[in-house]
Unconditional design. Sequence first.
Length: 157
Amino acid sequence: MDADTFDESDLFGVVQQSGARALLFGRRALILLGAPVLTADYDFWLHIDDIERFNAAFDADGWAADRSPAEARAQGRYRLENGHLIDVLVARVVPTVTGERLAFDDLWARRKQRSVGGALVSTPSVKDLILTKRFASRAKDAQDIAWLEELVKANVE
C-alpha cells in the first residue's frame, strides 16, 4: 500500500488486521454513509492502549508516525504519513464544544461495522458521529451535522 498504488480498501484491511480498536470518523465516515463531501485525509479514533498495534500494522508499508506512542498518549493525537495522511485521536475522553464528554469506550460499544472492499470498517453510530462533529465548531461540521440529522430522521444507521 505505497503512495503510488494506494487503495482505500487496502488501508481498511490493514486497520482490520491490526486488531486495534479503531473508529473511522470525520468526513471519510460520512462518505461511507453516502454523504456528498470531500476530504483528503483519514481520521481514526484509536483506543489509547492500541497505538503500538495500530502503528506496527502500517510500518511494513512505510507509514511514519510523527510522534512516539508515549508522546501521542501525552498529546492525545498523532499522524501517520506515507503520501497520504491518517490523523489519529488517542484520548480516552474528548469534550465537545457544547460541553459533552465523549468516551472512546462508549462509542466503541455502539460502533457500526461497514464492509469496504472486503474489509470491515468500524465507525461510530450516526448519532455518535454527530457528537464527534461537535469536537470543533467549523462551518463544514455544521453542514455535516445537518446531513447526519437527516439520516437520524430517516432511521438510517
